[in-house]
Design a protein around this ligand. Structure first.
Ligand code: TMP
Ligand code: ASP
Length: 236
């Protein structure tokens, strides 16, 4: 195995493999929030998030959503198809929380029907500013048909994940997706985990995601473990 670094982000390292179309993603225990202004470590997060992501990407694939995930190869490690990253984050919100609550003065938990879809430009230096479709096209970050495809996939992922999590007693509040190009295809990439979603317990309303870290609520590790316990391990 070659192990040349391609990229190191806040939560993952991306390494080359023998196959130029495949990368190894190593999930880190490091946690950041508020554009990197808050830093910390969440015990076993790398392994737990790699496992949760693998489980969710497998589930999505079984339900017709192609994505970059290939296989989980070791603790905190997955193999994924190499994508040409589109520098846009797609957020879907089913309930108000986080930045939309601050931006629009909305009470946390206000339901959104239909769900709200937002785009953010992936740039830490600028603090991931919110953008719209015109920005994406004019700046050349993605073409009109690519944006349409990302939106279509994001809404389908929302429908599927709402059901997956509801069955195990969890409300899917919001989540962030990233996409990339593999040849002509637009593929879902990155990770889907308690770092990139908000999950509330359906019965108690307890937060089971990175808000426990952002808001210093304690019990961060236990919350991540609870999500894994509820949705279960990926198939081998
Ligand atoms: P926000 O309320 O901070 O805008 O976040 C919305 C959702 O997107 C939340 O589940 C966290 C996730 N998210 C990321 O995963 N990475 C990011 O850089 C941002 C801004 C949000
Ligand atoms: N991960 C993002 C950041 O570091 C946002 C967050 O999770 O609060 O800015």
């Amino acid at each position: 195995m070659k192990n040349n670094f391609l990229y190191e982000g806040k939560a993952k390292k991306i390494l080359e493999t023998e196959d130029p179309t495949v990368v190894k993603m190593v999930f880190k225990d490091d946690a950041t929030a508020f554009d990197g202004k808050k830093k910390g470590v969440i015990g076993d997060k790398g392994e737990v998030n790699a496992t949760i992501s693998a489980r969710i990407f497998q589930f999505l694939k079984h339900n017709g959503i192609e994505n970059h995930f290939l296989e989980k190869t070791g603790p905190g490690e997955i193999l994924a198809r190499k994508l040409e990253i589109i520098p846009v984050e797609v957020v879907i919100r089913n309930f108000a929380a986080g930045s939309i609550s601050r931006r629009l003065g909305l009470k946390e938990g206000l339901p959104f029907k239909p769900p709200v879809l937002e785009f953010f430009y992936k740039d830490d230096r600028l603090g991931d500013p919110m953008i719209n479709e015109a920005h994406i096209q004019t700046m050349g970050w993605a073409k009109e048909n690519e944006v349409a495809r990302m939106k279509e996939i994001a809404y389908r992922v929302n429908d599927l994940l709402i059901d997956l999590f509801r069955e195990v007693g969890i409300q899917l509040v919001d989540f962030k997706l990233e996409f990339g190009r593999a040849g002509e295809e637009i593929l879902l990439g990155d990770e889907i985990s308690p770092d990139t979603c908000r999950f509330w317990d359906l019965e108690t309303g307890e937060k089971l995601d990175k808000d426990r870290f952002r808001q210093d609520l304690g019990g961060v590790e236990a919350a991540y473990q609870e999500i894994l316990k509820r949705i279960g391990e990926p198939e081998k």
